[in-house]
Design a protein around this ligand. Structure first.
Ligand SMILES: NC(=O)c1ccc[n+]([C@@H]2O[C@H](COP(=O)([O-])OP(=O)(O)OC[C@H]3O[C@@H](n4cnc5c(N)ncnc54)[C@H](OP(=O)(O)O)[C@@H]3O)[C@@H](O)[C@H]2O)c1
Length: 301
């Protein structure tokens, strides 16, 4: 299949591209810089130059493809409204380009805010609608395109997708710990984060492209929930730092923007996804990765 991938140079995207190439797909990646374009070309990926704000390029990439996997995101956590607006515009553009074709359109999503007090499942419909909601309500926007004959599928990634060189949320939390000289956890540290190793996440995306029905919500989740206290203790071991509780009222001040997420319970299950795709995660756990030094590169997003 000719697959157009946005975010093909990113953390999840580059591993996904490897899985797609191994499965025999022809991949075109959106690249916004010479460095990203070169990295893609080096592994045999066609390059479409463009930015997330360059909707004409995204539209042309989608129209030329037999499937689209949308993984790019601005990730401006100091200006989430700008990231959300770009995300929504890109999803609208891809959906419009694919309308009436029944072609697959897989898009990245998350598990934050889906449920309260229990792990999220694939049956939990996102409560986020409209441009002012988290991620611009892009999951629901994309899934609404099923009614316009688009084979839309949501890829809900765990809040941490670890692996050596990860620059995501755990790297940011580790950077805060190094800066403050203490590895903190919110409150009693019993709130949990789901996790999935990058290799397993990428394999799930490729399987999702091959097998998921239109309208599916897939959970890239290997570990249902790792207590934030365990995460902080592993960061403390990795960087030889003391570990301490941060009072709930101080979480935002101590952690900055990442405190919003670290203070949340982001547990999620993937029973339905495993059954649907025949997917069985095999990668190391988050704590195993932290203990093995996967975050020693010190390059947070
Ligand atoms: N990693 C996680 O823990 C996690 C958890 C839940 C959801 N997600 C979601 O999964 C998706 C992939 O995440 P990731 O961890 O792979 O992110 P990432 O490593 O930060 O990669 C982001 C990708 O988007 C591209 N990009 C950024 N700004 C762009 C712009 N203005 N125009 C065009 N491309 C742009 C980047 O290109 P360059 O390489 O040129 O910078 C890169 O390819 C995102 O939607 C993310 O929010 C990730």
């Amino acid at each position: 299949m000719r697959v157009f991938v946005t975010g093909a140079s990113g953390w999840i995207g580059s591993a996904t591209v490897d899985e797609l190439l191994a499965a025999g797909h022809e991949v075109t990646g959106l690249a916004r810089s010479d460095a990203s374009a070169a990295a893609l070309m080096a592994k045999g990926v066609h390059v479409r130059r463009g930015d997330l704000d360059d909707l004409a390029s995204i539209r042309a990439g989608a129209e030329a493809a037999e499937a689209v996997i949308h993984l790019a995101n601005k990730h401006d956590f100091t200006n989430p409204a700008a990231s959300a607006a770009a995300e929504r515009a890109a999803v609208q553009t891809i959906g419009d380009a694919l309308a009436g074709t029944n072609r697959p359109f897989l898009l990245a999503a998350g598990v934050a805010g889906l449920t309260r007090g229990r792990p999220a499942t694939e049956d939990d419909v996102s409560p986020f609608h409209g441009p002012d909601s988290p991620r611009g309500g892009s999951e629901n926007l994309a899934l609404e395109f099923v009614d316009r004959s688009v084979h839309a599928v949501s890829l809900r990634f765990a809040p941490t997708v670890p692996g050596t060189g990860d620059h995501g949320f755990i790297a940011v939390i580790a950077a805060v710990a190094r800066e403050k000289g203490v590895s903190g956890y919110p409150g009693d540290g019993t709130n949990r984060w789901a996790a999935v190793h990058r290799s397993d996440a990428a394999r799930m995306v490729a399987l999702g492209l091959a097998k998921a029905p239109a309208g599916a919500r897939l959970h890239a989740v290997a570990e249902e929930g790792v207590p934030t206290r365990d995460i902080a203790e592993a960061i403390g071991r990795a960087f030889s730092l003391p570990v301490t509780s941060i009072a709930p009222d101080d979480v935002q001040g101590h952690f900055g923007w990442i405190g919003t997420f670290f203070g949340m319970d982001l547990a999620a299950m993937s029973t339905a996804t495993r059954e649907l795709l025949g997917w069985a995660p095999t990668g190391p756990t988050l704590i195993e990765d932290l203990d093995a030094g996967a975050y020693s590169a010190r390059t947070p997003m």
